[in-house]
Write a protein that binds this ligand. Structure first.
Ligand code: MD3
Ligand code: FE
Length: 220
């Protein structure tokens, strides 16, 4: 890429509205959730009342700095025995809270805006970042159908998203994700390595300096 082209691309990554193609099948929709943000945050509060945020333990025995919960028929969990989707919240033994219809509609609308018609998620993983929390480079590979996209919504404090490639060692692009940003990950990028850098203190007063990320998935 010629240097001036790269600059143009990096400027585009920093815009406040509009659409940026990040990779084959990956589309960033800047500010696409702004009109729905209050409803999404309300929904998260209701879910968290029944399925509180918790710091899961990885199979390697590390406690994650990100706190997680889920809604929908399936929830993503991790413990010493491995990662999996489960119908029950292991903390309560009860099914995960239902996915609010507003969440479903929002996810389907976002996927359609990126060219994926008929997206019907059955799982929504909710991640909470407080200052210092991060998500190490990983791949989302626990969903059986890789042709189904993932829709992610960022709320609250901004974070730097690391977007790699098909191999762990591939160079990573740094993409700032802010309140109201939506990314649809489909096609080859669905299996790319990605992560979140440690959240900064005082990033934004929205949500008291916390960052919430919702990822809508088809996990069955
Ligand atoms: C790229 N969450 O929950 S969202 C995750 O901000 C996760 O909490 C991050 O990675 C967060 O698994 C990043 C963006 C994201 C989500 C899923 C992806 C990017 C992705 C799946 C494939 C490729
Ligand atoms: Fe991920």
């Amino acid at each position: 890429m010629r240097p001036e082209t790269r600059d143009l691309f990096e400027d585009r990554l920093d815009t406040t509205v509009g659409r940026v193609a990040l990779a084959p099948g990956a589309v960033l929709l800047r500010g696409h959730a702004l009109a729905d943000a209050a409803q999404l945050v309300d929904g998260v509060e209701q879910i968290v009342a029944r399925a509180p945020f918790r710091h899961l333990v990885t199979p390697g025995g590390f406690r994650m700095t990100v706190a997680m919960t889920n809604c929908g028929e399936l929830g993503w969990v991790s413990d010493r025995s491995g990662y999996r989707y489960d119908r029950l919240d292991p903390e309560s033994g009860q099914p995960w809270p239902a996915m609010p219809p507003t969440f479903r509609r929002f996810a389907a609308r976002s996927a359609a805006a990126a060219g994926f018609e008929g997206f019907a998620p059955d799982a929504c993983l909710i991640n909470r970042y407080r200052p210092g929390a991060k998500l190490s480079l990983h791949r989302d590979a626990d969903e059986p159908d890789g042709s189904q996209p993932i829709v992610s919504v960022s709320l609250g404090a901004p974070a730097i998203f690391l977007f790699g490639g098909a191999k762990r060692a591939d160079k990573t692009l740094r993409v700032p994700l802010r309140h109201g940003d939506v990314v649809v990950w489909g096609g080859p990028s669905r299996r790319y390595f990605h992560g979140i850098l440690p959240l900064k203190e005082g990033g934004s007063p929205v949500l008291g300096g916390e960052r919430i990320n919702l990822t809508f998935r088809k996990a069955a």
